[in-house]
Design a protein around this ligand. Structure first.
Ligand code: GTR
Length: 375
């Protein structure tokens, strides 16, 4: 059997897309029933359930606001976001560069989940990296916001004692569907959004959420749940990110659970070597972002992530976009390297090169956001 044949129906309702009256009704039941049903399946079987949403009384301390950055084109802000839970306090340190336009206009923003060395988010910009090219973002009129995922939750198997897990997990043994680190990072993204909604320089209706690899998985799960994010960009997110699990080449569910036992919920380990038993597949995660614009990026040498499986998820998620009244990905066949597809509600490119996030990728995210978030 072809692996396609075993992929769950993305959208039971999608066949109605042709008839306008039926489409409207189907779109409504997508929102009312199908979307919550799928979110619940991803919680139960893959990412785990967060015991907390927006905590009661968060504290946002703006510890610094200074102008004159980036040759006078940006203001730098540092904000400490503190969330008290029964087991302690989770603190996320947000760094923000806002373009100084001289006008009282609010800027659209990219919120980036940094999962590599903190030097990539050097606040003084002595080290400039393509991994988070804040100058490029500001030059194109976007505010650049970033926090390190390890502020929300550590990226090692700490027995779920620190970060958001330590602060919010109920005492006693962990449930099979208790949240893992990726879900905690996604939660952190929503908490950063809580702050961005209060920042006078930011247009909170135009905030894109972006991440690379493990950060890309978290961006997809965060964007799927939190509809305040106007656009989601995932780069080389691979297994349990944008890539279809069934028939996937490279990293499998067993591989990822073995190497990163703290990323997902305990129940996900039941699917090691048993992809076909999963009640969902990753195209349904992408569909949860519809109709908001989504950009998926792959790289030619990133076989571990499996570009083909990443693109296939875009194609299979596209019926959700059509159901909700817009085009999905604008081609059925994977485009040639360095030839972005930007026309539809799902954008895609295959960059020449390896597993990395580069200025090329960011430029394409911004091109796409210019078209679909600012246009
Ligand atoms: C890899 C891992 C991937 C991806 C990546 C990363 O080793 O197998 O799932 O998350 O790391 O985050 O860079």
């Amino acid at each position: 059997m072809h692996p396609h044949a075993r992929i769950p129906e993305p959208l039971r309702l999608a066949e109605h897309a042709a008839d306008e009256a039926l489409r409207r009704r189907a779109a409504e039941s997508w929102r009312r029933e199908e979307r919550p049903r799928l979110l619940e399946l991803f919680r139960q079987h893959i990412y785990g359930r967060a015991p907390v949403g927006r905590p009661g009384s968060p504290r946002f301390d703006v510890t610094e606001e200074s102008g004159g950055w980036m040759n006078g084109t940006a203001t730098r802000k540092r904000i400490e976001l503190s969330f008290d839970g029964p087991g302690g306090t989770a603190v996320i340190r947000l760094l923000l560069f806002v373009p100084s336009t001289g006008e009282p206009q609010k800027a659209p923003a990219f919120l980036f989940l940094c999962n590599r060395e903190r030097a990539h988010m050097d606040p003084d910009r002595r080290e400039r990296s393509g991994f988070w090219p804040a100058e490029d973002l500001v030059a194109r009129g976007y505010a650049a916001a970033v926090f390190h995922v390890e502020d929300a939750d550590p990226d090692y198997d700490d027995g779920f004692r620190n970060g958001a897990h330590g602060a919010f997990d109920p005492p006693g043994p962990r449930a099979d569907d208790a949240w893992g680190a990726i879900a905690a990072w996604a939660w952190g993204a929503s908490r950063a959004m809580d702050y961005l909604e209060t920042d006078p320089g930011i247009d909170a209706s135009r905030v894109a959420l972006a991440g690379h690899s493990r950060g890309g998985k978290a961006a997809l799960w965060g964007g799927a749940q939190d509809e305040r994010f106007a656009l989601v960009a995932s780069n080389n997110s691979g297994s349990t990110g944008a890539a279809i699990a069934r028939g996937k080449a490279g990293e499998t569910i067993a591989d990822i659970n073995r190497q990163f036992p703290h990323w997902f919920c305990e129940r996900y380990k039941r699917y090691n070597g048993k992809e076909d038993d999963l009640p969902v597949d990753q195209h349904q995660l992408l569909a949860l972002i519809a109709p908001r614009p989504l950009y998926v990026a792959s790289a030619t040498e990133d076989a571990w992530a499996d570009p083909e499986a990443e693109f296939m998820a875009c194609v299979l998620a596209s019926p959700a976009y059509r159901l909700l009244g817009r085009q999905g990905v604008s081609a059925e066949l994977r485009p040639a390297p360095d030839t972005p597809l930007t026309g539809g509600g799902i954008g895609y490119h295959l960059r020449t090169g390896g597993h990395d996030l580069t200025r090329y990728d960011w430029q394409r995210f911004m091109d796409y956001a210019d078209l679909h978030m600012r246009g």
